[in-house]
Design a protein around this ligand. Structure first.
Ligand code: ADP
Ligand code: MG
Length: 679
């Protein structure tokens, strides 16, 4: 029962089933203090009467308890006979239970009753734990208090040696952390609020510290022990391109990140780096230069994108940039025709193709490389860990991996969910970008919004019109989209205007054709679902209208908005909503109107949604903290990270005597989390 309902399998799990809160059993309240907000309460008073009510089948026992301030109703539906025999009207009782209201009067069902002596409410506070239980368990009579009793029995049978310390003593001492055994005792049965807080802090730190040791162990072992492809030199390809064909001066951030990649790949250890940059910060060129570095050292590279459209676009822009370079590049996706595919596979195997751009198709087993040295994964949140692992099997030494995110990830999330990777940050946009002016309008202002779009088109600009199609297969939203398309058409009649439409139900080829017509400026308006969310680059587009903006998440909105403001023109994003948007949705819209900074938006997104919902978060147990929260415990997380790094810098094998307890603990935990499965 416990096992199924609460995932409690062992005594250890029971110990880690922490109370929601504690109740001070020495505090006696007045009956008149009971309000619909009070949950559990303890009162003392005289039991005035005790009577059976209801019929035979639904018998219940009802009593009245009176103190100097009012009357409280008590009721029992079970064990009626026993209760009736054991309680005496006229006696003073100490009564405890969860309060409710019945016909406007306060009531406790199945209260706990003890005969009251005033001395009881004096003396030391006694904090009794209240545990989370589930409705099913409650129905079987196992509520939070029974779980508390089990825990009491368990704790009293355990000794200090049974709950071994796992954080090295010198760290506990330096940080003033409570010992592990004491912390477990105190979180369940604290002497007072301060002791409880200390216990919680200790156990939160433990969770974060152990997780940080794990991820940093992977990261630092890679630096110190792993064997990787060696890019010895910066050669002709890189230098020629850099001096002759680079179409712009790199931003400071781009240069810094390139330097980090250069250093990483020149050490003979494998690089596994996460590149975080805001939308439009120019990650593609960093990818291109890294691939030239690989080619200079005789290695092949691949670059993977989450969609065909995006892969095609990368292929086109890389092709354009590398036009004058003596370098063969190819594109491989699911829709590559058999004959072309065969040629590409041969070229990859014999090494004549140096760079291949594509989709998931690249990691299929049939694709073999001569010497893959670098794999770039664009917009990583759609690429799973296992898929990346498959990449590694394509070369004798694991290729360097550069993962590029679509939008920034909050620092705390990067440290936990992606802590095994090194990361680079591009927090600078190319010069000349104007922030996109973002405004919120209600749907009934659509006509004037359309007029505004017309004035932009009259200036030669292009516009995006976005519809939420959360589930591409949802019939309803598909119909909405078609209706929306007709509506846009009625505002922008042919032949004066022409419109492209792209959505997830179209065959890839049709998508591409429609997309290309917009890219080439053939159509002025692009009606689309979120399929354009990621990556498309049409600098001439200066307006985006987002319908039902309340249905989008923050990072999605930011990513969408990143499609405009890419040229030198002033750009606009108009968020349309109905009047009934939720509080959270309003908050999202406000944030979007207030800032263009993706790093800030990512933080807000995490605060609003919580870590569980963030797209791309690994389901690896990295975030399954029982107590700690990466939103509320940022400082503790920073501290845990610092301590874990210090420890591993000194003792990467975790071999030193002073770290022995940590070593033992990690060994005992093997296989308990998903970490062993991670790259
Ligand atoms: P993202 O980081 O979102 O993938 P892209 O790599 O698509 O961004 O770059 C966005 C746009 O900025 C592209 O049109 C690109 O050519 C341009 N760009 C990139 N770096 C620079 C730079 N240093 N100076 C000027 N324009 C740049
Ligand atoms: Mg990009």
């Amino acid at each position: 029962m416990l096992k199924e309902e609460l995932a409690i399998f062992t005594f250890g799990d029971l110990l880690e089933h922490f109370p929601n809160r504690h109740i001070d059993k020495t505090k006696v309240s007045k009956i008149k203090e009971i309000s619909p907000q009070s949950e559990f309460i303890q009162v003392a008073g005289t039991l005035m009467n005790l009577e059976l009510a209801g019929d035979k089948r639904a018998k219940r026992l009802v009593g009245q308890l009176k103190d100097s301030s009012g009357v409280l109703e008590l009721a029992w539906f079970q064990g009626v006979n026993w209760v009736q025999k054991n309680l005496q009207p006229g006696t003073q009782y100490l009564v405890f239970g969860r309060t409710g209201f019945y016909n406007g009067r306060p009531q406790i069902i199945h209260p706990e009753m003890e005969i009251y002596t005033p001395a009881m409410s004096e003396g030391k506070p006694f904090l009794e734990p209240v545990y989370p239980a589930t409705e099913k368990l409650k129905a079987r009579g196992l509520n939070g208090r029974q779980i508390g009793k089990l825990t009491t029995v368990l704790l009293s049978s355990l000794q200090r040696k049974d709950i071994e310390e796992n954080i090295p003593a010198y760290i506990c001492e330096r940080l003033g952390l409570m010992n592990r055994y004491d912390a477990f005792c105190a979180i369940h049965f604290p002497q007072g609020p301060e002791e409880y807080d200390k216990a919680v802090k200790r156990l939160k730190f433990e969770e974060l510290f152990i997780a940080q040791v794990r991820v940093n162990l992977i990261r630092l072992q890679r630096h110190k022990v792993s064997k990787g492809v060696l890019f010895e030199k910066v050669g002709d390809l890189f230098n020629t391109f850099y001096s002759k064909y680079l179409p712009f001066e790199l931003t400071g951030a781009q240069k810094r990140v390139l330097k980090e990649i250069r250093t990483d790949t020149a050490r003979g250890h494998q690089m596994n780096r996460l590149l975080q940059g805001d939308v439009g910060s120019g990650k593609t060129i960093v990818a291109l230069l890294s691939m030239l570095l690989a080619a200079d050292n005789g290695y092949q590279s691949c670059m993977m994108a989450p969609t065909e459209i995006l892969a095609q676009q990368h292929f086109n822009s890389l092709g354009r940039l590398l036009k004058e370079m003596p370098l063969e590049i190819a594109m491989l996706t699911g829709s590559t025709k058999a004959k072309a595919r065969k040629k590409i596979l041969e070229g990859l195997l014999d090494g004549s193709i140096k760079i291949v751009v594509g989709t998931h198709a690249i990691i299929e087993d049939a694709v073999q490389f001569k010497n893959l040295g670098l794999a770039i994964v664009d917009e990583q949140h759609r690429f799973g860990v296992e898929q990346r692992a498959r990449l590694w099997q394509k070369a004798p030494l694991p290729p360097h991996v550069l993962v590029m995110t679509a939008t920034p990830i909050p620092r705390t999330l990067a440290m936990t969910a992606y802590g095994d990777l090194d990361y680079s940050i591009m927090d600078e946009l190319p010069p000349g970008r104007h922030p996109v002016t973002t405004v919120h309008r209600y749907e009934n202002a659509r006509a004037s919004v359309m007029d505004f779009v017309k004035t932009e088109i009259a200036k030669g600009r292009q516009a995006y019109y976005i519809y939420p199609l959360i589930e591409e297969s949802e019939k309803m939203s598909y119909e909405d989209l078609m209706q929306g398309y007709e509506q846009v058409k009625s505002f922008f009649p042919e032949p004066k205007y022409s419109i492209s439409m792209v959505h997830g139900r179209q065959p890839a080829e049709q998508k591409d054709v429609n997309m290309q017509r917009f890219v080439s400026g053939d159509t002025q308006i692009m009606v689309s679902t979120t399929v354009i969310e990621v990556g498309v680059d049409v600098p001439n587009a200066s307006v985006m209208v987002i319908e039902s903006a309340e249905k989008f998440g923050l990072s999605q909105l930011h990513q969408l908005r990143g499609r405009v403001g890419r040229g030198g023109e002033k750009s606009f994003c108009i968020l349309l909503t109905g009047r009934s948007a939720s509080v959270d949705a309003r908050e999202r819209i406000n944030i979007m109107c207030a800032t263009n900074n993706g790093f800030l938006i990512a933080e807000k997104d995490l605060e609003l949604r919580g870590p569980g919902d963030i797209e791309g978060t690994r389901q690896s147990g990295a975030l399954n903290f029982k107590l700690a929260s990466i939103v509320n415990d940022k400082q503790l997380l920073e501290l845990a990270r610092y301590e874990a790094e210090q420890l591993l810098e000194e003792d990467i094998e975790i071999n030193m005597a002073k770290n022995l307890q940590l070593r033992k603990f990690l060994a005992s935990q093997k296989g308990k989390t998903g970490w062993s499965r991670i790259s």
